[in-house]
Design a protein around this ligand. Structure first.
Ligand code: ZN
Length: 367
């Protein structure tokens, strides 16, 4: 296989991080250390999962004049949803906060990143979908993941879909990276098992795709290898949710996020994106459904995935593409092949010679 240059020359990592069981108790002091007389108030964006616990944001350090918004996670992030949230923050006078805390899963973390950029750059979220379009640094932001796998806590992007144009693309920018990340494995103890598995596998899948690709970066490869090792520790153990295993997965998620910053995914992600666009499936479960049909392309990864899913007794939705109409077939093909970079990474620039329309559909029909 020819090794290709990723073209990625400069990589920015998270400014600071705090790691360890109980480290979430330090968020309050961290927020207070950012408060100044000119910027006394903070913004807390909290996963709606925590909205049932009364006064939960106060436990993170939220004060009466701070803005607290619970982020809905039924649908993935849209540029329109981000714009609405930014308008609400302007309306409540929270346009120059001391810091923004994003507390939750990938959707909540990505929302915090996008809001941070928009408060200082102005305009609409859709204006910044692409590479290096953010002009000035965003508001200081703190990320606290409550589930492990997507790597959103480490990456320089925030995935959003423009519901008007269908464009699913983040604000890829050095300014999108969190200033401080708090990694506390105790936060993932209550995640439902299936969701814990699907989300954790996102880290594994990113890295097996990157390591099988042609675009390579030596540092990215090292991050990827260790991410895969940690995922094996977790998902090939008897209890993926034991304390030590949840700690392993939180590290895997962070390192996997660092790996993506220097590399590209492969065939799984384009097919998974098509399932998300056409059927509205969430990213992480869609990835697992796709890998389950990819034995020809990733024989070792597939075998290991089957071992993991059986050992952890996790169920995977089936029959997603059982009744495809012509319109759905066309939509699935178009939504898959538009991801040229990852497909080139996996199969070379003539990837359409391998991935013919018929082949693509026969793969979807296995899902
Ligand atoms: Zn992913």
């Amino acid at each position: 296989m020819t090794i290709l240059d990723t073209g990625i020359k400069v990589v920015r990592n998270v400014g600071r991080f705090t790691f360890g069981e109980g480290s979430v108790s330090g968020v309050c002091a961290l927020v207070d250390s950012r408060r100044e007389s000119s910027t006394p108030n903070a913004i807390f964006l909290v996963d709606e999962y925590f909205s049932s616990k009364k006064d939960f944001p106060k436990s993170l350090g939220a004060k009466n004049n701070d803005a607290v918004h619970f982020i809905k996670t039924v649908d993935e992030t849209s540029t329109q949803g981000i714009d609405k949230l930014v308008s609400a923050l302007h309306a409540s006078g929270h346009n120059k906060p001391a810091t923004i805390v994003g507390f939750g899963g990938g959707i909540t973390l990505d929302t915090a990143k996008a809001v941070s950029n928009l408060l200082t750059n102005g305009g609409k979220a859709a204006d910044y979908q692409g590479w290096d379009l953010v002009r000035v640094p965003g508001v200081h932001k703190i990320g606290v993941p409550t589930i492990s796998g997507t790597g959103a806590e480490a990456t320089r992007t925030c995935v959003m879909t423009n519901l008007e144009t269908g464009l699913k693309l983040g604000m890829n920018s050095d300014y999108t990276v969190f200033d401080h990340v708090v990694l506390d494995p105790s936060l993932t103890s209550t995640v439902p098992r299936n969701q814990y598995f699907y989300t954790g596998m996102d880290a594994y899948i990113h890295c097996i795709e990157a390591l099988a690709g042609s675009y390579r970066n030596a540092i990215g490869d090292a991050y990827s290898r260790e991410t895969v090792n940690l995922c094996r520790n977790v998902f090939l153990s008897n209890d993926m949710m034991a304390d030590a295993r949840r700690s392993d997965l939180m590290v895997a998620s962070y390192l996997g996020g660092c790996a993506i910053a220097t590399s590209y995914v492969g065939i799984v992600h384009p097919f998974s994106a098509a399932l998300s666009v056409v059927f509205g499936l969430h990213h992480c479960v869609a990835n697992c459904i796709v890998l389950n049909a990819m034995s020809e392309f990733y024989p070792d990864g597939y075998k290991e995935f089957r071992q993991m899913i059986e050992l952890q007794k996790v169920e995977l939705p089936t029959g997603i593409c059982a009744n495809l109409t012509d319109d759905l077939r066309h939509a699935l093909i178009a939504a898959t092949i538009k991801h040229e970079k990852p497909l080139t990474n996996a199969l070379g620039s003539d990837f359409r010679a391998t991935l013919t329309d018929t082949r693509i559909i026969s793969l979807f029909e296995k899902m």
